[in-house]
Design a protein. Structure first.
Length: 249
């Protein structure tokens, strides 16, 4: 038996990177997966991988900043799979997605990372209520819990907002049987934009981690899987660092 047998999960930003790893893992653990993204060709590749492994997935076009996209995506997921049990608010951009002094970058980062997670929660909760409950996992970052001397200031601000949003939503929707948690990845390349980080700086950042290495996407995905599963049935409102001990220093 899979750890998500019988569950229907919507994962944003699931066409590549961390989200794609989540989608493949969730499908392998028995979930029917909705891959929500703006990148359809890449999403089709993930769907093909899932299908070849015997899983079931669908693509829903999604710009997480747009209310109408959320409404349409959820309607399509429920029409196809009959319900919605799990939301993973994975879509996001990194602190290197724009220049550090780009004022417009603040709006872009906050809209995608924070507003996108908010819209996901408020639009998915009604479907989860109809399903008898559910689990929401938001992607924060260690940068939302501790200061860093590089990148755009909007990124840590957006990820700190996700931590606070997670706590508030967990308390508000607990009576509906909906758990809300977050995962805070440490130093790893979960997004495309971090690939442009200077290799020397990337090595320096990795060296500040007690475990002495960068993390792997799979290590985050297994934490997301746990929080989405019934194994975490008494856990809500927490942010779990997956950071090699970085925040413990």
């Amino acid at each position: 038996m899979g750890r998500l047998d019988g569950k229907v999960a919507l994962i944003t930003g699931a066409a590549h990177g961390m989200g794609a790893v989540d989608a493949r893992l969730f499908a392998a653990e028995g979930a029917k997966v909705a891959i929500a993204d703006v990148l359809e060709p890449e999403a089709q590749e993930v769907m093909a991988d899932i299908a070849s492994a015997g899983g079931e997935a669908m693509f829903v076009p999604m710009d997480v900043r747009k209310r109408e996209d959320w409404e349409g995506a959820i309607a399509h997921v429920v029409a196809r799979f009959g319900r919605l049990n799990v939301l993973v608010n994975n879509a996001g951009v990194s602190s290197f997605s724009c220049a550090p002094d780009d004022v417009e970058g603040w709006d872009s980062i906050l809209d995608i990372n924070a507003k996108g997670a908010y819209l996901g929660i408020v639009h998915c909760v009604p479907a989860m209520r109809r399903a008898g409950g559910g689990a929401i996992v938001n992607l924060s970052s260690t940068n939302g819990l501790a200061g860093v001397p590089f990148g755009h200031l909007g990124y840590p601000a957006s990820k700190a907002a996700v931590v606070a949003l997670t706590k508030a939503a967990a308390v508000r929707y607990a009576k509906d049987g909906i758990r809300v948690n977050a995962v805070a990845p440490g130093h790893m390349p979960p997004m495309r934009s971090i690939d442009f980080l200077d290799p020397v700086l990337r090595e320096q950042v990795g060296n500040t981690t007690p475990l002495g290495r960068a993390g792997r996407r799979e290590e985050v995905a297994y934490t997301v899987l746990f929080l989405a599963s019934d194994e975490a049935s008494y856990i809500t409102g927490v942010t779990v660092p997956v950071d090699g001990g970085y925040l413990a220093q």
